[in-house]
Design a binder for this molecule. Structure first.
Ligand SMILES: Nc1ncnc2c1ncn2[C@@H]1O[C@H](COP(=O)(O)OP(=O)(O)OP(=O)(O)O)[C@@H](O)[C@H]1O
Ligand SMILES: [Mg+2]
Length: 222
């Protein structure tokens, strides 16, 4: 799928609730823009009009509102729209695309968290996304309690109701964390695990160093 791109890079941010993905995407985007790169930030589920409609079905309401396989199908339908309408066009223009969650979240939440067969999720990936994959996936790792505390504090502050996944029980979130770490072990060339247990600036510096070294790009210090 290299024909989809000029010189843009596709970087995904993954990890459990409240690990700092949204915070760190903004920091990396600012750093890259300061270096003159064109940067598009986007998120899943969502990132395109049809995908945003699907997002609203997924992120609020009762935790058992969807059968996990239905949830997978909705997520991949949204992802297809996101790729076609936002991600691939931006990469073709040469932009760097920073994406807040992507397919590893489906594998972690619905696969490791809800026991949807992992091979089935992989088949959906192959059918919907094809040979395309992120150039780099940053997996933010943090103990579950700290992450949920951070996410709850943020939700109270912003009066967000997008907490359907956060309300799942503690063991679910532990499976998620282990799932992300296992994904990183299985795809070491694509994934880097970043400790998120530090101030945003320190985590951001570690991300900057990783992007610089993994993507073979000359970038001045952030
Ligand atoms: N390194 C950090 N130390 C302390 N607090 C942080 C740190 N990074 C982010 N936060 C705060 O924690 C909350 C959650 O951060 P953020 O929204 O970036 O996480 P997230 O991974 O995007 O969460 P979600 O999975 O719910 O989208 C926010 O209020 C944010 O300001
Ligand atoms: Mg977020």
């Amino acid at each position: 799928m290299n024909a989809e791109r000029k010189s843009g890079k596709f970087i995904t941010f993954e990890g459990g609730e409240g690990t700092g993905k949204t915070t760190q995407i903004q920091l990396l985007a600012e750093g890259l823009r300061a270096q003159g790169y064109e940067v598009v930030t986007t998120r899943e589920p969502g990132g395109a009009p049809g995908a945003d409609s699907i997002r609203s079905l997924l992120v609020s309401g009762a935790t058992d509102k969807w059968d996990p396989l239905s949830e997978c199908l909705l997520l991949f339908a949204a992802r297809r729209e996101h790729l076609n309408k936002t991600i691939w066009p931006a990469l073709r223009q040469g932009a760097w695309v920073l994406c807040d969650r992507f397919s590893d979240s489906t594998m972690a939440y619905q696969g490791y968290g809800h026991d949807v067969p992992k091979a089935l999720i992989q088949s959906l990936y192959d059918a919907v996304v094809g040979a395309f994959a992120p150039d780099l996936t940053l997996i933010l790792d943090l103990d579950v309690e700290t992450g949920l505390d951070r996410a709850n504090a943020r939700n109270t502050e912003t009066a967000s109701r997008e907490d359907r996944f956060e309300r799942l029980d503690r063991s679910f979130h532990e499976r998620l964390r282990e799932g992300f770490l296992e994904i990183a072990r299985q795809s070491p060339d694509r994934c880097a695990v970043i400790s998120a247990d530090n101030s945003p600036d320190v985590v951001g510096a570690s991300i900057w160093k990783t992007v610089e070294s993994r993507l073979d790009t000359r970038m001045a210090g952030a």
